[in-house]
Design a protein around this ligand. Structure first.
Ligand code: VGL
Ligand code: ZN
Length: 213
């Protein structure tokens, strides 16, 4: 091969970045919201460390023309999800507040499909599959409408909303890849258990370097 016909370093890296994205795959970013990050109302320890990992994944999916979904916890102020009403959690991600906004360092691309969940006063809404898009579609309906047949999932928190979302995706028989270093949990032991449960349910566990676990 002549020097001129060889792909440039950039072109080679570009094509390498498309490798391994299966046909029909979408990226689902779970609850990367201010309240789940350091300084927030219900912070996941080092929750913001997932952001650079997820930003790189976003780049890959956008470059391949694949959809990006972002779920958000979007509670009313008086939900049974909160301690004040007998629930397990301090108030967090109240709809429309700064704490409920997606973290500003997350590079949410144009066209991202936002899925809001936990809006019901009597429902925790841990799973993104309980949420709805701005057009009022369920996540399952939106995935179907766009021909999505596999999900890559990362975000917060591994032991709660990532877990519930991934297990629901598996119940819907969707192939799921959990980005382990693109996720962070509230409790270390609970997060280890959640990862084992997701794997048991057929999810693939992967690190952003491509290593399976
Ligand atoms: C979550 C606890 C309460 C989550 C939401 O996004 O994982 N955890 N609400
Ligand atoms: Zn919540």
């Amino acid at each position: 091969m002549t020097r001129e016909s060889r792909p440039s370093g950039n072109a080679r890296r570009e094509s390498a970045r498309h490798e391994g994205l299966p046909e029909g795959a979408a990226l689902l970013l779970v609850d990367v919201q201010n309240d789940f990050c350091p300084g927030g109302a219900l912070p996941v320890p080092e929750g913001d460390r997932v952001i650079p990992v997820l930003n790189r994944l976003i780049e890959r999916f956008k470059a391949a023309g694949r959809p990006v979904y972002a779920s958000r916890d979007w509670h009313p102020p008086d939900t049974s999800h909160f301690r004040s009403q007998g629930g397990p959690w301090p108030p967090h991600c109240v709809a429309g507040t700064a704490g409920a906004a997606l973290h500003p360092a997350l590079r949410v691309p144009p066209g991202t499909i936002v899925v809001s969940k936990g809006q019901d006063r009597r429902d925790d809404g841990y799973s993104a599959f309980e949420g709805t898009t701005d057009e009022g579609r369920t996540l399952a309906d939106d995935l179907r409408a766009r021909g999505i047949s596999a999900l890559y999932v990362g975000g917060l928190a591994t032991d709660w909303c990532v877990r519930a979302t991934v297990l629901d995706a598996r119940r819907a028989r969707l192939p799921v890849t959990v980005m382990v270093d693109g996720s962070a949990g509230i409790d270390p032991e609970g997060s280890r258990r959640a990862l084992a449960e997701m794997k048991q349910a057929g999810a693939e566990l992967m690190s952003s370097s491509g290593a399976a676990s």
